[in-house]
Ligand binder design. Structure first.
Ligand code: GLP
Length: 263
C-alpha cells in the first residue's frame, strides 16, 4: 500500500487528479470506477480544469459508480447519479453511453445487481477504482460486518452513515435507509485502487485501514490484501498513524525513482 500524505485538501485533490489523468493518458479506453461524497469533489474540479485547459480526453473511458441510494431516481438532487453529472460528467467529454451508475429505482434488485457485475466483466474489469472512506471505515456502502467477499447488492445503511450523510439532505429523516453498492469483493477485483481521505474526522478510519487488522468491521482494511493501492490523505487524516514518518520516507523514494524513470 502506498501512502501519500499531503499538506491539505487542495494538494490531496491535485495529486489524485494527476494519478487519474496519468491512467487515462496511458490507456485512453480505461475503465474508471468513480466515487461520490464530499471528498472527491476537489479531484473532479481539477479533472475538469485539466479537460478544459490541457485537453484531457475522457471520450473513450467507461465508467462505473460504486453505489446509489435505493429509492432515489437520477433526477433527485441527492442521488449519486445527479452528483456525478453535476460534479464531473456534465463538464467533460465522457460518452453518456459508457456511464454506469446503479439504478436506485431498480424493480428487480437482485437481477439488476447481477447485471451490474456482468457489465463490469464485459468492460474488461475496472482499471482504476477511486474510493472515499466513511467514518466507520466503510468503502462504497459496505458497512461494518459486510463480507469481505461481498458483491453488488442491496445494503442497509448504518446509523453513523445516515447521520454523516444527513448534511446533504434537508433533514435526517430524508436520508434513504438502503443503497445499492458494489461489494468489497467487487472492489478488490479492480486492477488499481486510489483511496482519498481528508480531515480529522477520518483519522481513526484511516489508521484502521492502514495499520489495523483486516476485519469486516472496517471494510476498508480489506484493501491491505490488494497488490496496488494508493492512499492519499491530508495531514489531519494522517494524524493517528503510528508510522507516518516511514510512509513519508517511502513516498520520497518512490518519487525519486519516478523522476529517474522519466529522465
Ligand atoms: C458515502 C459513500 C462513500 C463515501 C463516504 C464518505 O457513504 N457511499 O463512497 O466514501 O460517504 O463521504 P465523504 O467523502 O462525504 O466523507
Amino acid at each position: 500500500m502506498r501512502v501519500i500524505i499531503t499538506k491539505d485538501y487542495d494538494e490531496m485533490s491535485k495529486e489524485a487528479a494527476r494519478i487519474i489523468a496519468k491512467q487515462i493518458k496511458e490507456k485512453p479506453d480505461s475503465v474508471i470506477g468513480f466515487a461520490t461524497g464530499g471528498t472527491p469533489v476537489g479531484t473532479y474540479k481539477e479533472l475538469i480544469r485539466m479537460h478544459k485547459e490541457e485537453g484531457l480526453d475522457f471520450s473513450k473511458i467507461t465508467t462505473f459508480n460504486l453505489d446509489e441510494y435505493y429509492g432515489l431516481g437520477p433526477d433527485h438532487p441527492q442521488s449519486y447519479h445527479y452528483y456525478m453529472f453535476e460534479n464531473l460528467f456534465n463538464h467533460v467529454n465522457v460518452d453518456p453511453k459508457k456511464i454506469h451508475i446503479p439504478d436506485g429505482l431498480a424493480k428487480d434488485v437482485d437481477a439488476f445487481c447481477k447485471e451490474y457485475e456482468e457489465e463490469i466483466k464485459k468492460a474488461g474489469g475496472i482499471d482504476l477504482q477511486i474510493l472515499g472512506i466513511g467514518r466507520d471505515g466503510h468503502i462504497a456502502f459496505n458497512e461494518p460486518g459486510s463480507s469481505l467477499a461481498s458483491r453488488t447488492r442491496l445494503v442497509a445503511l448504518a446509523e453513523e452513515t445516515i447521520k454523516d450523510n444527513a448534511r446533504f439532505f434537508e433533514k435526517e429523516e430524508d436520508v434513504p435507509r438502503y443503497a445499492l453498492s458494489m461489494g468489497v469483493g467487487t472492489i478488490l477485483e479492480a486492477k488499481k485502487i486510489l483511496l482519498l481521505a481528508n480531515g480529522e474526522s477520518k483519522a481513526d478510519a484511516v489508521a484502521a485501514l492502514i495499520e489495523g487488522p483486516v476485519t469486516s468491521q472496517v471494510t476498508a482494511s480489506a484493501l491491505q490484501l490488494h497488490p496496488d493501492v494508493t492512499v492519499i490523505i491530508d495531514e489531519a487524516a494522517a494524524s493517528k498513524l503510528k508510522r507516518k514518518s516511514y510512509y513519508k520516507f517511502v513516498d520520497k523514494m518512490y518519487r525519486m525513482l519516478e523522476e529517474k524513470k522519466s529522465l
